[in-house]
Design a protein around this ligand. Structure first.
Ligand code: UT7
Length: 332
């Protein structure tokens, strides 16, 4: 069976920069607390009327297509990972398809939050492996800033999240020892409500009530300590799984692209895996946590900065709401 490879990467972030100091003006928080606990210095927020989840994804996709030397019309499929779609339905994949001027190729939305992009990459990889499609666009894009609780009540979540997008174009690899070597996907629904936006969901007779708004159940909730504990276990586990499957050791990794959840989590993984800091990509200080966009955004910047070269062993890993977690090992 053939492998797929990442033929091009791209990203897009909205222009508006929001610093920790800016957040100090609207809630009881401090630059010091945010930097110390998360490593975040600033994040981007979308501009209404200019940015949407779908068109930010399209901007990232255009860059990925250019880098792959392909036209949008060469694409066979779109896979769009997001937890913040433009509409409740339809998904953002069809909107991106329209934005790119494409007709009839399939568009699939993936809802796996922080591991959404790695899940989506795995889905695209399977379609190429089976020979069903050749050129698959995989996008992660999020607008969080329109759905956060900016009162002090929501500060543990709101200071973390930012808006952004990233994309890759998958094509068939020339050989089976290059490209995506394997992907590894996991979930544990036991903890579904520990990191979730509960309302407006379908299980209540009235989907949206004043009470939901007043009580803040329309905003994301996170049991930060619990998520943190699971994250620091699952990240190393799923990275090891990918390495073992392919007969590699942690020291063989040239670049680790972890989901950018918290600098403390990234540093923990780096130390636990015995990797030097230059082998672990981090851009959380600039963008915060952009959920499904975080891995492709970090990957795209790593490529742009010349930190990944042909032949490198690249590992992506993510953990988040669901809980879901995933990894991908790539020979670049
Ligand atoms: O991307 C999906 C996966 N997500 C993650 O992996 C995130 C995992 N969790 C975390 O990164 C951390 O748990 C947080 C950054 C969310 C929180 O850090 P923490 O060190 O776990 O803080 P905490 O929730 O235990 O809160 C410590 C204190 C509390 O005050 P008291 O009770 O000690 O007086 C909070 O009320 O910090 C307070 N606090 C804040 N203070 C200033 C919580 N948020 C803030 C804030 N500014 N934004």
């Amino acid at each position: 069976m053939r492998n797929s490879k990442i033929a091009g990467v791209g990203h897009y972030v909205p222009e508006k920069v929001v610093t920790n100091k800016d957040l100090e003006q609207i809630m009881d928080t401090s630059d010091e607390w945010i930097r110390e606990r998360t490593g975040i210095v600033e994040r981007r927020y979308f501009t209404e009327g200019t940015d949407t989840t779908a068109n930010m994804g399209a901007n990232a996709a255009r860059m990925a297509l250019k880098n792959a030397g392909l036209e949008a019309s060469d694409l066979d499929m779109i896979i769009f990972a997001t937890l913040s779609p433009d509409y409740v339905f339809p998904g953002s994949g069809v909107l991106l398809q329209r934005e790119l001027g494409l007709k009839e190729i399939p568009a699939l939305d993936v809802r796996n939050q922080c591991s959404g992009f790695v899940y989506a990459l795995s889905v695209g990889d399977q379609f190429i492996k089976t020979g069903m499609y050749n050129n698959v666009l995989v996008v992660g894009s999020e607008i969080h800033s329109s759905g956060l609780d900016f009162s002090t009540r929501g500060r543990n979540v709101s200071v973390i999240f930012g808006d952004g997008a990233g994309a890759v174009v998958l094509t068939p690899s020339e050989s089976t020892d290059k490209g995506i070597l394997s992907t590894h996907l996991h979930a544990d629904g036991e903890f579904a409500e520990e990191l979730a936006t509960i309302d407006p969901g379908s299980k209540k007779k009235d989907r949206l009530t004043h009470q939901m708004i007043d009580e803040g159940t329309i905003f994301p909730y996170m049991n930060g300590n619990m998520v943190f504990k699971h994250a620091v276990t699952r990240f190393p586990e799923v990275i090891e799984e990918a390495l073992n499957k392919n007969g590699y050791k942690a020291s063989d990794i040239d670049m680790l692209i972890p989901h950018q959840a918290n600098l403390r989590i990234t540093s923990y993984i780096q130390q636990k895996m015995g990797l030097s800091p230059d082998k672990v990509m981090s851009n959380i200080h600039k963008y915060g946590n952009t959920t499904a966009a975080s891995v492709p955004l970090a990957l795209s910047e790593a490529v742009q900065e010349g930190r990944i070269k042909e032949g490198d062993l690249v590992c992506m890993a993510a953990f988040g709401s669901g809980f879901t977690w995933a990894s991908a090992l790539i020979r670049w």
